[in-house]
Design a protein around this ligand. Structure first.
Ligand code: NAP
Ligand code: MG
Length: 404
């Protein structure tokens, strides 16, 4: 059989622990037999990041900007405990995802993979809901202060022109806590553009929610920038028959729960952090959540939403069998290959990505599942509780049928 040819390399970012093991198996069993895979490979495994003083992460992000499509394996973000586990670490390296996000300046879209045998907790949900989380500023870049005596807190902005503006935050009669947060109009604008672009890509409605009735200046700025930017996308939305809809966050929560799903919900940083966990848990499992970073000028980095599944990796190292779910990592690959196919007009590659996803669904629908799904599935739906490798072999068999 002739392998499917690619014209532009995919930026491949390898990672750590159990997901690194799955990564290689996915390539060997599912992709390399059919695709003459062209990648520019970056090893983002912790020790290689350490060896290169984290330069490899920066290089990988720059390559993603250059080529436009990347696929990333989950990686360890070292904490204190990891510094003990890996004594050779020169420092507590920053989160690779944080580094990549700041270089690519993108928005993260998280979408659950939905199957019939795992019913969402919310009975009305028929289609996946994608949460688009603004990944800059607000409480994540805030400063805090605790005070002990009565007094007054003010906030001052000093412009480069020399002009100063001061507001009173609060006069207090005893101990208190204060917080100062910000966002940048340019970042909000990038967020808005990425959301409108993604909605067009997915041909789905876009919802956006803030609390502009309370945060009259702060959140109103978000709302106004979205409305302004929407003017540039309106015609395309009309052509596709999709809509942009703004509402208050509390109204949005109520509507989301009553909805059928099938739309994109854009959230400010904190709302997106909280709501994406709510949505993924209510749909089933973190192992079934895909994640893609999209820049306003249409560059894509695909990954799974979960981490490196450390507990399973320790079992694997002891030679015990593991039942880690590779779905989200496979869908990171299929998403990236499909996007590469679309950008380079390679119909065979697009078809392959579709088949790969179909093979996964066929396997799950045949009742072959990893442990996490077996525990969640409707009774009788799981015929075989598979190890990671058995699951991948079953997908490979389905894929072979689809490709022949
Ligand atoms: P995790 O790797 O997502 O795993 C947490 C737990 O969720 C697992 O122990 C497992 O539960 C379940 N789980 C997650 N993915 C699964 C899968 N594919 N199949 C089956 N079960 C799955 O989170 P963590 O243990 O908090 O973090 C581990 C490492 O990942 C950390 O070093 C962290 O820095 C890193 N991390 C990386 C990323 C990223 O690169 N995007 C994101 C998050 C975390 P059971 O043990 O109950 O089976
Ligand atoms: Mg969170």
């Amino acid at each position: 059989m002739n392998k499917i040819q690619m014209t532009t390399p995919l930026v491949e970012m390898d990672g750590d622990e159990m997901t690194r093991i799955l990564w290689q198996m996915i390539k060997d069993k599912l992709i390399l037999p059919y695709v003459d895979l062209k990648t520019e490979y970056y090893d983002l495994g912790l020790l290689h990041r350490n060896d290169t003083d984290d330069q490899v992460t920066v290089d990988a992000a720059n390559a993603a900007v250059k080529y436009g499509v990347a696929v990333k394996c989950a990686t360890i973000t070292p904490n204190r405990q990891r510094m003990i586990e890996y004594p050779q670490l020169k420092q507590q390296w920053k989160s690779p995802n944080g580094t990549i996000r700041s270089i690519m300046d993108g928005t993260v879209f998280r979408t659950p993979i939905v199957i019939d045998s795992v019913k969402p907790v919310v009975k009305t949900w028929k289609k996946p809901i994608t949460v688009a989380r603004h990944a800059y500023g607000d409480v994540y870049k805030a400063v805090d202060m605790k005070t002990e005596e009565p007094g007054e807190c003010t906030m001052t902005f000093k412009g480069v022109s020399g002009k100063e503006t001061t507001v009173v935050v609060q006069k207090v009669d005893g101990p208190a806590v204060f917080q100062g947060q910000h966002n940048k109009s340019a970042s909000i604008r990038s967020f808005a553009r990425a959301c409108f672009q993604f909605a067009i890509d997915q041909k789905q409605d876009l919802w956006f929610s803030t609390k502009d009735t309370i945060a009259k200046i702060y959140d109103s700025e978000f709302r106004a920038i979205f409305e302004e930017e929407f003017e540039n996308y309106k015609a395309r939305f009309e052509e596709l028959g999709i809509t942009y809809f703004y509402t208050l966050i509390d109204d949005a929560v109520a509507r989301v729960i009553r909805s059928e799903g099938g739309f994109i919900w854009a959230c400010k940083n904190y709302d997106g952090d909280v709501m994406s966990d709510m949505i993924s848990t209510a749909f089933g499992s973190l192992a079934m959540m895909t994640s893609v970073l999209v820049t306003p000028d249409g560059k894509y980095e695909y990954e799974a939403a979960h981490g490196t599944v450390t507990k399973h990796y320790y079992k694997y190292l002891k030679g015990e069998s593991t039942s880690t779910n590779p779905m989200a990592t496979i869908f990171a690959w299929s998403g990236a290959l499909r996007k590469r196919g679309e950008l380079d007009s390679l119909n065979d590659l697009i078809k392959f990505a579709d088949n790969l996803e179909k093979a996964c669904f066929d396997t799950l629908n045949a009742g072959i599942m990893t442990g996490d799904l077996a525990n969640l599935a409707e009774s009788g739906a799981c015929q075989k509780r598979a190890t990671s490798e058995e699951f991948l072999d079953a997908v490979a068999m389905q894929l072979q049928q689809l490709m022949s």
